[in-house]
Design a binder for this molecule. Structure first.
Ligand code: MSP
Length: 505
């Protein structure tokens, strides 16, 4: 089985923020989970370095576009290990191998008859790098997303015959109800399609910063086509000249994207692939926005974005609390696939009540009791059947959610069991059993049951909390994290004392 997951490639016109960390973390959880299930996984992220916004930002800062791209791409690359993101490759659209392959594929699209010359006139948002359709234009010709004036552009360029794919795309949607997830985003894409497709610019005049059009050197490719192709080109050169991963991993299993780039990924992208004679991805999962407190009190929650300056700094959160806490908070607080607010207060509450108390404390207490009452060792012990029954189907439930990229419901299922174990401790009161020598066997059973419950949960949590789970599993004396290890067993137990996993601040 192979599993290929991607994040959008991030624009380098500014520094990384929490919104970028969000998609990368989500993709990482999926990648780690599928590796855990023994699948061949390829996880791609990277930076989108061509196009107008980068050229404008570079000019403002008095550097060349490539200098700006080098500097900012590095910041995204550095963010990944800080987030504990285990991407298999980091693509830059300025990689010469990417550029060469973009040219090759788009020449093929032209040879296949889907490119023609024309004049384009329309309203363009430089931040979206997108021409707006009439329905997408805000009051006084502004961009509804960025609230900036749109620019009237008229230019000679080449068009991609998107309209030729109307029927094939309708068929794709009709036959694959899971092509776009969640459902409300599927419907959004489907109704965009139902509105009728118009051809789109494939190239722009060369004043811009981009990949040169091989058959007309006065033009560069429109940045979105160059960018989307990264998902395919990367497989060709990620492992150098020796190995081409395309056969093994294309089509992608999941493209994870934010809702603002839905049209590009669910309409343009499959059409472009069809035009090039390539297979379309299996799923596009569209997540919502992390919303920030409003700039002006009384206003509605708004999207966090670099251009509006209302951004939580992921670097700082990680420095203060570690990456696990950030990963957990983002996937727990906001139902993945929907919009939701995030705040420092909300973060602290979840950190203290859920990570430190529900989970960290449960683990420390259990280990401390095994050390105190049994010198850290328990022989093979029969477990509490009633409680263990509640853990039996958990791996399949979690895997089922994660197969659908439902990251928040999977986490909630795990958390239900954590709350159940906390109730079990209170119900069984091992400290009372410890006082009664006649109940030694009961104490063994309760401690072993807690150990196994916590261990199984922790193995399932490794994709979400890679750092803390590694420490905890070592302390539980069972560091294995493979899919065979998600079952409770009666094997002998040997634990080591554990420092608090999520220290109180
Ligand atoms: N370069 C394009 C993507 C090309 S993919 C072939 C791009 N880059 S971006 O840097 O502007 O955005 C990258 C991703 O971050 C998008 O999926 C976007 O939705 C996401 N986010 C940016 N701000 C966000 C939030 N406040 N919340 C959640 N995600 C958001 O678009």
């Amino acid at each position: 089985m192979s599993f290929y997951v991607t994040t959008p490639i991030y624009y380098v016109n500014a520094a990384p923020h929490l919104g970028h960390a969000y998609t990368s973390i989500a993709a990482d959880v999926l990648a780690r989970h599928h590796r855990q299930r023994g699948e061949d996984v390829f996880f791609l992220t990277g930076t989108d370095e061509h196009g107008e916004p980068v050229a404008i930002a570079a000019e403002e800062q008095g550097v060349s576009p490539l200098e700006l791209a080098d500097r900012n791409s590095q910041r995204f690359r550095d963010l990944m290990p800080l987030l504990d993101v285990s991407n298999d490759f980091f693509i830059r659209t300025t990689d010469p191998e990417h550029v060469r392959r973009v040219q090759e594929i788009l020449v093929r699209v032209r040879e296949n008859g889907y490119v023609y010359e024309g004049t384009y006139e329309g309203w363009f948002c430089p931040r979206c790098a997108d021409f707006k359709t009439d329905a997408e234009i805000g009051p006084d010709h502004t961009c509804p997303i960025h609230k900036i004036p749109l620019i009237r552009e008229r230019e000679e360029n080449y068009f991609f015959q998107l309209s030729a794919f109307q029927g094939e795309l309708e068929k794709l949607f009709d036959e694959n109800p899971d092509f776009v997830k969640p459902r409300h985003r599927f419907n959004e894409a489907r109704s965009f399609l139902a509105g009728g497709l118009q051809d789109v610019s494939l190239t722009r005049p060369k004043l811009r910063w981009g990949v040169e059009v091989p058959w007309d050197r006065s033009q560069v490719f429109y940045v979105w086509f160059d960018a989307l192709l990264n998902y395919v080109t990367a497989l060709g050169f990620a492992r150098g000249k020796q190995q081409d991963l395309t056969q093994e991993f294309w089509p992608a299993t999941y493209h994870l994207i934010g809702k603002d780039i839905l049209k590009f990924h669910t309409i343009y992208w499959p059409a472009l692939l069809m035009a090039a004679g390539l297979e379309v991805p299996r799923h596009v999962f569209v997540h919502g926005f992390l919303l920030a407190p409003p700039t002006n009190p009384g206003d509605e929650l708004e999207k966090m974005s670099k251009s509006r300056g209302n951004v939580i700094d992921p670097f700082k959160v990680i420095e203060d609390f570690g990456s696990d806490a950030l990963r957990f908070y983002l996937l727990r607080e906001v139902n993945f696939g929907h919009d939701g607010p995030v705040s420092e207060g909300g973060f602290l509450t979840r950190y203290e009540t859920e990570l430190a108390n529900d989970y960290g404390n449960l683990a420390s207490r259990t280990i401390a009791m095994i050390v105190r009452y049994r010198d850290g060792e328990l022989g093979a012990t029969e477990l509490d059947a009633e409680l263990i029954a509640e853990f039996e189907e958990l791996p399949e439930i979690v895997a089922g959610h994660l197969d659908g990229a439902e990251l928040t419901p999977a986490l909630e299922e795990i958390w239900k069991r954590i709350r159940r174990l906390n109730r079990y401790v209170e119900e069984q009161a091992p400290w009372k059993l410890a006082k009664d020598p006649e109940r030694a066997a009961d104490l063994d059973r309760v401690l072993a049951t807690l150990h196994e419950g916590i261990r199984v949960i922790t193995v399932l949590l490794t994709p979400y909390l890679p750092a803390a789970t590694e420490k905890l599993l070592a302390a539980l004396g069972r560091p294995e994290t493979a899919w065979e290890d998600v079952r409770c067993t009666s094997a002998p137990i040997s634990v080591q004392p554990l420092e608090p996993l999520f220290p109180k601040r």
